[in-house]
Each structure stands twice: as C-alpha cells, then as structure tokens.
Design a protein around this ligand. Structure first.
Ligand SMILES: [Zn+2]
Length: 90
C-alpha cells in the first residue's frame, strides 16, 4: 500500500482511492481504524487499539524522558501489530 497525503494506490485494483479513515468497535474494547477502496471496496485495516494500548498511549504522553517515550512507543507498536494480526487472521 502506497500512501500519499489522503489518497492511496489500491493493491487490489491499482486505482487511486481517497483515504477516509473510519473506526469500528470490536469485542474486548478493540477499536479498528480502517478505510476502504472507493473503486473495489477492498478493506484496509490501518491499526487496531484496545484499552491497554490506549492506556499506554496516555502513559507515554506523561513521560518526559525521550528514551522512555521511545520504549513505550515500541511496546505500543508491538501490541498494535499483534492486535491487527489477530483481527485480520482471526
Ligand atoms: Zn481497489
């Protein structure tokens, strides 16, 4: 997926689509942010958060130390990757 501004080239149909992010609530407090191709309607999950991720994001914002913020961001990214993987692959 190639993104430029708020448009992206769809991997499925090769057309350029406008990216309009939408949120969808799932079980266990998970929130999926996604957009769909306006040409072929293919569903792209951009990221998934849950309560813990949102808590960590709040905690990260409180941290003053750049290294600590960086480490927290890595932890958040890792969990979001896993949540996304679980959502897509069941
Ligand atoms: Zn498409």
């Amino acid at each position: 997926m190639y993104e430029k501004g708020l448009s992206a080239v769809c991997e499925k149909c090769g057309e350029t689509t406008t990216v309009k992010f939408q949120d969808k609530l799932h079980d266990a407090g998970k929130t999926e942010t996604f957009f769909t191709c306006e040409h072929c309607n293919y569903h792209y999950t951009t990221h998934v958060t849950d309560k813990r991720v949102r808590l960590w994001q709040e905690e990260k914002d409180q941290l003053r130390d750049a290294d600590q913020r960086h480490n927290m961001q890595l932890r958040i990214n890792k969990r979001m990757e896993r949540l996304k993987d679980e959502l897509i692959n069941g």
